[in-house]
Design a protein around this ligand. Sequence first.
Ligand SMILES: C[S@@+](CC[C@H](N)C(=O)[O-])C[C@H]1O[C@@H](n2cnc3c(N)ncnc32)[C@H](O)[C@@H]1O
Length: 145
Amino acid sequence: MGAISKESTKAERFAREYSQRQREAERLVDREVFGAVIGANGYTTVDEASRLLELLALEPGERLLDLGSGRGWPGMYLANESGCSVTLTDVPTAALRDTLSDAARPNGPGPGAGAAKCCAAAADGRALPFRPQTFDAVAHTDVLC
Ligand SMILES: C[S@@+](CC[C@H](N)C(=O)[O-])C[C@H]1O[C@@H](n2cnc3c(N)ncnc32)[C@H](O)[C@@H]1O
């Protein structure tokens, strides 16, 4: 019972946080710390995301799953840079919705923003609604914490 209420408190905290767009101060912190406004809700820097890009070696046409995608960092970046498509998954829907609407703009989330193919599914990472072999790669940053 205690564990369940702790889990729902966490989910509520993320939902509350994502129900607001990034404030100017947060954008300034992003710029100062990460070197670009990336909508981060974790600690993954642009350099680290670039390393992920190298390691995953994604190709156009491949499919990436970003688990616990928050505001789309770094999934959108990886897709924009590599030309792969990305499926964003998280539990709160607000950030997923904002990321999809930002993605329609040329300056969507993260550096190197472009016109990545993306879609989103509100889903718990412990019970994903996808068939096996759906994705070529999976990324998650600051989710298992
Ligand atoms: C610290 S944030 C990191 C967000 C983003 N990946 C980033 O680096 O900016 C952790 C994210 O994991 C999500 N999360 C936590 N538990 C999850 C679960 N069981 N399934 C899916 N997402 C989960 C949270 O809602 C939150 O958006």
